[in-house]
Design a protein around this ligand. Structure first.
Ligand SMILES: NC(=O)c1ccc[n+]([C@@H]2O[C@H](COP(=O)([O-])OP(=O)(O)OC[C@H]3O[C@@H](n4cnc5c(N)ncnc54)[C@H](OP(=O)(O)O)[C@@H]3O)[C@@H](O)[C@H]2O)c1
Length: 295
């Protein structure tokens, strides 16, 4: 089976490639011309066929989709962006063009990495993800839509102000509501497995780690496991709401929205995804131990 991966140079992408190739898949990755040489050669080393392209260039998507049976897309402009990239041009129109190119090329199955729904909190990235989900559902292709909760390696690290090593963490809201923190590695494993799992077709799967914990409980776990005393700075929901309403840029609005959604809590019912993909996922306890061992 030949699978096209879009997003191969991101956090999830290389991990997905490894799983696909070890399961005997042939992987093609759509890579931007600007992609880092080290990332390119790592992918080639794994056995991935590289094709140049960009979600903003529909002709490149048609070429990339030729003769593939499945597409997996993880791409997003939220963290990795270049001139001309925006939530609208990449996450919405770019992904919609990819769905269209895949449909026209006769792709059988499309796996889309989306994120969770909280109907009360809507922002540009939510609108983009839901538009792509809707297009997939009516495309005639089989689809698997993955809606993971917050990645531990992003939201429980200094990247987003959770700096345990320096004894200072920023949390969004009062930090009392549980979130099903998930490892990006487990999301990658599910995305790769989904292309072979027929019962995952035409499904929207909510993904979360094994134990929902509030941000304050995560801080307590770090301290109990030996971290130095941690000072907590909170960003109130009122502040996040006004940031979201005042932002004129769709990325700023979306980040405030993601933080507001985190503040509201995000405990995931994993009954269906756990039945289809019954492998043990990384717990926050394991993540804490790994982070502290790294120092
Ligand atoms: N972080 C979380 O907590 C979380 C939670 C739930 C869901 N998600 C979803 O998970 C996915 C994130 O995956 P990730 O962490 O691997 O993302 P990432 O590290 O930010 O990587 C994004 C990828 O998208 C590619 N990309 C961006 N703009 C592009 C364009 N115009 N054309 C082609 N490729 C483009 C990037 O390529 P370049 O290297 O060339 O820029 C990169 O390969 C997103 O869809 C996100 O919404 C994330």
């Amino acid at each position: 089976m030949k699978i096209l991966l879009v997003g191969a140079t991101g956090l999830l992408g290389p991990e997905i490639c490894r799983h696909l190739i070890s399961a005997g898949g042939q992987v093609r990755a759509l890579i931007r011309r600007t992609a880092d040489a080290v990332k390119r050669s790592e992918l080639v080393g794994l056995g991935v066929e590289l094709v140049d392209g960009d979600l903003k260039e529909p002709a490149s998507l048609a070429r990339a989709c030729a003769e593939v049976q499945a597409v997996i897309s993880t791409a997003s402009s939220t963290l990795s962006r270049q001139a001309g990239d925006s939530i609208e041009s990449v996450d919405e129109h770019g992904q919609l063009s990819l769905v269209d190119a895949a449909r026209q090329a006769g792709v059988e199955h499309f796996v889309f990495v989306s994120f969770r729904e909280n109907l009360r909190i809507q922002f540009p990235l939510t609108r983009a993800k839901r538009a792509v989900e809707q297009a997939l559902k009516t495309s005639g292709m089989a689809y698997t839509i993955l809606q993971p909760s917050y990645f531990m390696e992003v939201w429980l690290t200094p990247a987003l102000g959770f700096d345990v090593a320096n004894g200072a963490v920023r949390i969004y809201g009062d930090g009392s509501r549980p979130i099903s923190w998930i490892s990006y590695r487990d999301v990658a494993r599910v995305a790769a497995a989904a292309v072979r799992e027929r019962s995952a077709r035409n499904m929207v799967l909510e993904l979360g780690g094994p134990q929902p914990l509030s941000p304050r409980e995560v801080v307590a776990l770090f301290e109990a496991a030996g971290a130095n005393r941690i000072t907590i700075e909170t960003v109130s929901e009122t502040m996040l709401e006004s940031q979201m309403n005042a932002a004129t840029d769709s990325l700023q609005k979306s980040f405030a929205g993601l933080m507001l959604q985190y503040a509201a809590g995000d405990a995931v019912d994993t009954t269906t995804s756990g039945r289809l993909f019954p492998f043990p996922m990384m717990s926050v306890h394991e993540f804490v131990a790994i982070q502290l061992a790294r120092g």
